[in-house]
Design a protein around this ligand. Sequence first.
Ligand code: SF4
Length: 332
Amino acid sequence: MGSILDAPLIFSIDSSTQIPLLGAIHFGIVDRGTNLLQIRPTTLCNMNCVFCSTDAGPFSNIHLKHTLVDPSYLLSWVSRVCSFKGDGLIAHIDGVGDPGTYPWLFELISGISSLNSFEEVALQTNGNMLSEPQISRLAQAGLSKIHLSIHGLDTPQTKYLMGMPGYDISRILRLCEHIVSSGISLWLNPVYLPGINEKGVEDVLIFARRIGASVGLQRYNIHRYGRKASCKPQSLWKFRQQLRQWECRFSLRLLHAPHDTGIVRRPSFPIVFQRGEKVYANIVGPGWFSRQMIGVCRNRAITIENCSNVIGDLVRVKITSTKHGIYLAELS
Ligand code: SF4
């Protein structure tokens, strides 16, 4: 294991912990009832974006513990879920942090590609931790698509938006060109902050068209635990109007339907609890927020809120949410 796992704020999950990799939102596998599986190996992020919906990054005040999942253990669970979901799957490696920080990205992508259940292996990242040689290696390992967060081209503004004085947009732009030349499909994903980065988004659209990248624009929204940018979110209607205008002006497709991305409905991995049900769970680790702990029951991870119990305790909980196979509970 690398030294990052020895850091006191890292909670490591491997086969020795036997923590199920289904059920939590911040690690493991999330199956929302389509052919796309979200694969979440880490909660770490190296940026501190002013609009981050999960308040991730090194300056976060609310995420004091980070989770890292061992790649072999994660692959064993991915394989288990694939045997239920079938073929033609999309692996979407993302997270509440940035998977570019994951020390075993190459091993994870090689392992996923070798399963033969996936027709696409995609990575969501800010690109900051990736180098050109790494991109070439990841392409050879089977990485077929990168969704890259980039919110403008202007140096001072991008440093401000990413919340990091060391952020180097010119390096990221060179990386984008290298991604395209490596044969990986590149999607640029700017967050549009009305009144802040119109010009930045337009620069990204021109850049995308020049290098042959696609664009998936994201609407800024306020999230309960996210950081708030100094602008008001647009309604969906207004946002789509803006996309239509930009589509005409820049001759780029910006309004995408789910089938454009190959996502189709598919039965979900079985939900094993009912909302309101009371069960006993073993406490096995910390949650993503303080005052959350992870409990295990019926081979699923359950996030128990307002919980001050410690690892090893057996607690009785009431399941409060089962949406998308993500289990939340409270002490009962
Ligand atoms: S928006 Fe993405 S890159 Fe920025 S801090 Fe959040 S997780 Fe990290």
